[in-house]
Write a protein that binds this ligand. Structure first.
Ligand SMILES: NC(=O)c1ccc[n+]([C@@H]2O[C@H](COP(=O)([O-])OP(=O)(O)OC[C@H]3O[C@@H](n4cnc5c(N)ncnc54)[C@H](OP(=O)(O)O)[C@@H]3O)[C@@H](O)[C@H]2O)c1
Length: 266
């Protein structure tokens, strides 16, 4: 890895963001990490600096445009540039469409979609001035194919993909890259947060569940060789392909093998 790379990551106090920050810092990158929980974020920064890396923790909420603008400004002020913006912060809500409240839907869109938009939008002027940059958006395999009882969440993950594909076409031919990451179920705080937020959880699907380091490693590879799409669990791409050619068959498969909602003990 280019040892001087400066990488901003939203939602880095836990899960995929945290694992990616630790991984790329170990490879030599300077990381600018944000989240709302100050203590958890500081613990990640301390872990990175204790291992000899460089981390700038910034308490920020991705739903606030000003926070994302300030994050980018602080990154440039401290490190002189910004090479990568990884739009990762997100959460889920489980439930049938008619169980999801409009407020829950708005919150999901605010964090997962607008948070992605604000972070990418804040980074783009810096990338254009520098003549290079890389936007990474962490979507989900349900941003390629919806599954039962995750409709509200899935919609926000599809929205990220639409934004990424348009941006990718806009910057084509330049040295600005856009990558969408499609993880399958990953061992993080995601499912705990989902049950605590809504009192609803989902049963395990029959599908694969992967360790967070697999996702972080796949993202680290995409930094070296920017590609449009990353499937950290490569076989999951088959679901996207099958859905494109046989959506009705895919409906039956995800219904049969997908998750079922359960009221969680909160
Ligand atoms: N885990 C999975 O199975 C899975 C599968 C596919 C895709 N994904 C996607 O991967 C991304 C990361 O999820 P994860 O699994 O790593 O979940 P996680 O362990 O719950 O981590 C979520 C991170 O986002 C941060 N965050 C949430 N709301 C935020 C806000 N408003 N402003 C700033 N930071 C915020 C959280 O920090 P604070 O609470 O400290 O703010 C935390 O650092 C999400 O976009 C998710 O949709 C996850």
């Amino acid at each position: 890895m280019n040892p001087n790379r400066v990488i901003a990551i939203t939602g880095a106090s836990a899960g995929i963001g945290r694992a990616t920050a630790v991984r790329v810092a170990r490879d030599g990158a300077s990381v600018v990490i944000c989240a709302r929980r100050e203590a958890a974020l500081r613990a990640v920064a301390d872990e990175i600096t204790a291992a000899g890396g460089q981390a700038l923790p910034i308490v920020a909420d991705v739903t606030r445009e000003a926070d994302m603008t300030a994050m980018v400004a602080q990154a440039v002020e401290r490190f002189g540039r910004l090479d990568v913006m990884m739009c990762n912060a997100g959460f889920g809500v489980a439930g049938a469409i008619d169980d999801i409240t409009p407020d829950q839907m708005r919150q999901l869109m605010d964090v997962n979609y607008l948070g992605t938009f604000f972070a990418a939008r804040a980074a783009m002027p810096v990338f254009r001035t520098q003549g290079h940059g890389h936007v990474i958006m962490v979507s989900s395999i349900v941003g390629k194919r919806g599954v039962p009882f995750m409709g509200a969440y899935s919609a926000t993950k599809f929205a990220q993909v639409g934004l990424a594909e348009c941006l990718r076409a806009e910057v084509l031919g330049s040295d600005i890259h856009v990558t969408v990451v499609y993880p399958v179920s990953t061992e993080t705080e995601f499912f705990d947060v989902m049950s605590k937020q809504t009192g609803m959880a989902v049963t395990r699907a029959y599908g694969p569940r992967q360790d967070v380091t697999i996702v972080a490693d796949a993202i680290a590879r995409a930094l070296e060789h920017p590609v449009p799409e990353v499937y950290p669990y490569p076989r999951s791409k088959a679901l996207a392909v099958l859905n494109a050619i046989a959506p009705g068959l895919c409906d039956r498969i995800v219904k049969r093998f997908g998750r079922k909602p359960v009221r969680s003990p909160v």
